[in-house]
Design a protein around this ligand. Structure first.
Ligand code: DHB
Ligand code: FE
Length: 282
């Protein structure tokens, strides 16, 4: 039987990708952030999953306003980095796991989550930056990747509750998969930030830190946060945080926190990182 053993929550700040690509981690501005990432990077090397389901959002790279699927599951053999206007990042092409991905598609759709299925999809910083944060700069990513893309760009995005329930359905699907593999799930994006308008530059460290704490202590309470509260408290792009609730739903009730880190500023956001472990594995 397959198991979801690890949950990672992390911001996906695009400039963090550029810092890693250009070897600037020790610059005074970035060093505190990368010092905070290091324990999680060390931990994952000793706890490497076979497959990572990366829940992320596309930023008008693979999709545009012509096509706005709420939940898209990547079932392809591979997912190349997207060109976001300055050429694709020089990171490895993510190697997929079509067998597990199709199993997930079947289980989720029969469980009444109407997933869009992508046989071809490039992945932008929303997916590649979290991989770089956890795995640094390898020749190939150290595990297979199943991208799960969520619309949080064009209103209306899914609710936190819907995301949490999708996570639970993912857990059920993985546990019904007949191969004996370890699966990690990444919930990415956020934390508080607003990139436009009068409140551009908004960061709310108190909201972010409470969100990080409640991921462990009160995940069900987090599912009750309405969109307008994310907007008000975490800025217009803070809504990316609903994707962390897919990860949290997939981790089950007795998940425990292994590592947590928060740092401001990282470009225009508060940057958070959390590592959760499945309770039944301990
Ligand atoms: C920034 C953060 C994001 O999550 C994003 O998608 C784009 C930009 C930023 O901090 O600049
Ligand atoms: Fe983003």
């Amino acid at each position: 039987m397959a198991n979801i053993v690890t949950g990672i929550g992390t911001s996906h700040v695009p400039s963090v990708g550029a810092v890693i690509d250009n070897g600037k981690e020790q610059d005074p501005y970035w060093k505190p952030l990368f010092d905070g990432y290091q324990p999680a990077r060390d931990w994952i090397q000793d706890n490497m999953p076979d497959v990572a389901i990366v829940v992320y959002n596309d930023h008008a790279s693979a999709f545009g306003l012509n096509l706005i699927p709420t939940f898209t599951l990547g079932v392809a053999e591979e997912f190349p980095p997207a060109d976001e206007g300055y050429g694709p990042r020089k990171v490895p092409t993510a190697v997929g796991d079509p067998d597990l991905a199709w199993h997930l598609a079947e289980s989720l759709i029969l469980d009444e989550f109407d997933m869009t299925i992508a046989n071809e999809m490039s992945v932008d910083h929303g997916c590649t930056v979290p991989l770089s944060i956890m795995f640094d700069k390898p020749e190939q990513w150290p595990c297979k990747i199943i991208p799960l893309c969520v619309n949080v760009i064009q209103y209306p995005p899914p609710t936190g509750k819907r995301c949490f329930d999708l996570g639970k359905a993912i857990r059920k699907a993985v546990e019904a998969y007949d191969k004996d593999i370890k699966v990690a799930i990444f919930g990415t994006g956020g934390m508080s930030h607003q990139l436009q308008g009068e409140r551009a530059g908004l960061v709310n460290a108190e909201f972010d830190q409470s969100f990080l704490d409640r991921l462990t202590t009160d995940p069900v309470g987090l599912t009750k946060i309405p969109h307008v509260e994310y907007m008000r408290e975490a800025g217009s792009e803070g809504i990316e945080l609903v994707m962390w609730l897919i990860m949290r739903g997939a981790m089950g009730d007795d998940a425990s926190e292994t590592y947590k880190f928060y740092h401001v500023p990282a470009s225009n956001t508060g940057a958070g990182l959390i590592v959760l472990e499945d309770g039944s594995q301990k």
